[in-house]
Design a protein around this ligand. Structure first.
Ligand code: ADP
Ligand code: GN1
Ligand code: MG
Length: 356
């Protein structure tokens, strides 16, 4: 059944044109050219089984940010996401077919980037993500729902991969032997961060958990950070998840789905720019173990994402949105190419961390 977006919009008292928007892999995003301009999103409820929990987290986190931004003399309509309630005053609308829709104020005069054209732009995203984490340092983490359990538990991602390999639901396992072997060869490092959380040497904080460059809005003119967006996965986690995931995406010399792997390298200039900026925001508050694992976290989160893409490829593309037949395999390959490159550069990466 095709969803009637106009019917959805009436539940937010809006009656204008909409168009698909953005490049996310999970939700459906639409631009709504009303007054004010807004963003409408259909939450992917096959991934987020409890949209009510997602929205409770987002409402609480954005309320907290709003207070801090106002206290600092900032503009909350620009510097944090602001939910537009439904006509019934609810934070989201549940359509008759069970799908969930939410609406946000449009962040004006800002844009998100799929690739950083300069290290300075990437550093601006590091300041934004670091500041986001600082502003949430006093948020009561225990009140947040764990919307996707074990989201960055790389050991559990490996377990899910082995399960998918065993099932071989799409019959693709024999065609990806090289990638499967890559995962198996890296199996021994996957619990490093979760082990450190378990032994108390790494604290749980309120983290974003999806710190791709295109999840931060930067000012169109100054190119400084304006607002961190895509708050679905804000949950208790490690600072290393936010650091590592940002580098996975932003320090690559090519796109996440580039098919010409000769174009994919891990760029140390971008690594340095991000590390410096991120540590300026949160460095004072880090534990010794967090510092020790900082460079490694870039490798780990990239490996984890590659494992997730490969798992989804084996499962027959049921999780990430794809736009072509072997899209998830292409994505997996760039991640593994980056991991292999980071292995070669790890000594230099650790030296950069030590510098700051
Ligand atoms: P997904 O979960 O699918 O990644 P996002 O929440 O990241 O969805 O939104 C997709 C894109 O839409 C973003 O990269 C950004 O460009 C744009 N976007 C999202 N929310 C807003 C907003 N409030 N104002 C302006 N642009 C937005
Ligand atoms: C998904 O929603 P989006 O496109 O920002 C995914 C992330 C992955 C990313 C890979 C909820 O992020 O975890 O790192 O794709 N989000 C979820 O590009 O699984
Ligand atoms: Mg996104």
């Amino acid at each position: 059944m095709k969803t009637d977006l106009n019917e959805i919009l009436r539940n937010f008292a809006i009656d204008v044109e909409t168009a698909p928007y953005g490049n996310g892999h999970i939700n459906d995003t639409y631009l709504v050219e009303g007054t004010p301009k807004t963003i409408l999103q259909r939450i992917n409820t096959s991934i987020f089984k409890r949209p009510d929990h997602v929205m409770e987290n987002i409402a609480a986190v954005t309320a907290h940010l709003r207070k801090k931004i106002i206290a600092a003399g900032g503009d909350p309509l620009r510097e944090t996401l602001t939910l537009v309630p439904t006509v019934d005053g609810k934070p989201f609308y549940t359509a008759p077919d069970g799908s969930a829709y939410r609406m946000y104020h449009f962040i004006q005069n800002a844009k998100s980037f799929d690739q950083a054209d300069t290290p300075e732009l990437f550093a601006a995203s590091a300041h934004a993500f670091g500041k986001f984490q600082r502003m949430l340092a006093d948020f009561p983490a225990h009140t947040l729902h764990e919307v996707i359990p074990n989201f960055h538990d790389t050991g559990d991602r490996l377990r899910q991969f082995r399960e998918a390999l065993e099932k071989n639901a799409a019959g693709r396992a024999t065609s990806v032997q090289e990638e499967i072997q890559f995962v198996l060869d890296h199996a021994d490092c996957v619990t490093k961060v979760t082990d450190a959380i378990a032994d108390g040497s790494i604290p749980l904080r309120v983290t974003h958990n999806d710190t791709k460059l295109n999840n931060v809005m930067l000012d169109e003119v100054t190119r400084e950070g304006v607002c961190v967006i895509d708050l679905d996965t804000v949950m208790p986690g490690s600072l290393l998840y936010d650091f590592g995931d940002a580098l996975r995406f932003g320090a690559s010399t090519g796109a996440e789905d580039e098919t010409d792997l000769s174009k994919i390298e891990f760029d140390l200039t971008y690594f340095e720019a991000f590390t410096k900026a991120f540590l300026e925001e949160v460095g004072d508050d880090m534990t010794a173990r967090e510092r020790e694992l900082l460079a490694f976290s870039a490798l780990l989160l990239t490996l984890e994402c590659g494992i997730r893409f490969l798992t989804d490829y084996l499962n027959g593309d049921t999780y990430f949105r794809i736009h072509r037949e072997h899209h998830n395999l292409d994505r997996c390959r760039t991640q593994f190419k980056l991991v292999a490159d980071m292995e070669k550069k790890m000594a230099q990466m650790n030296a950069i961390v030590a510098k700051y």
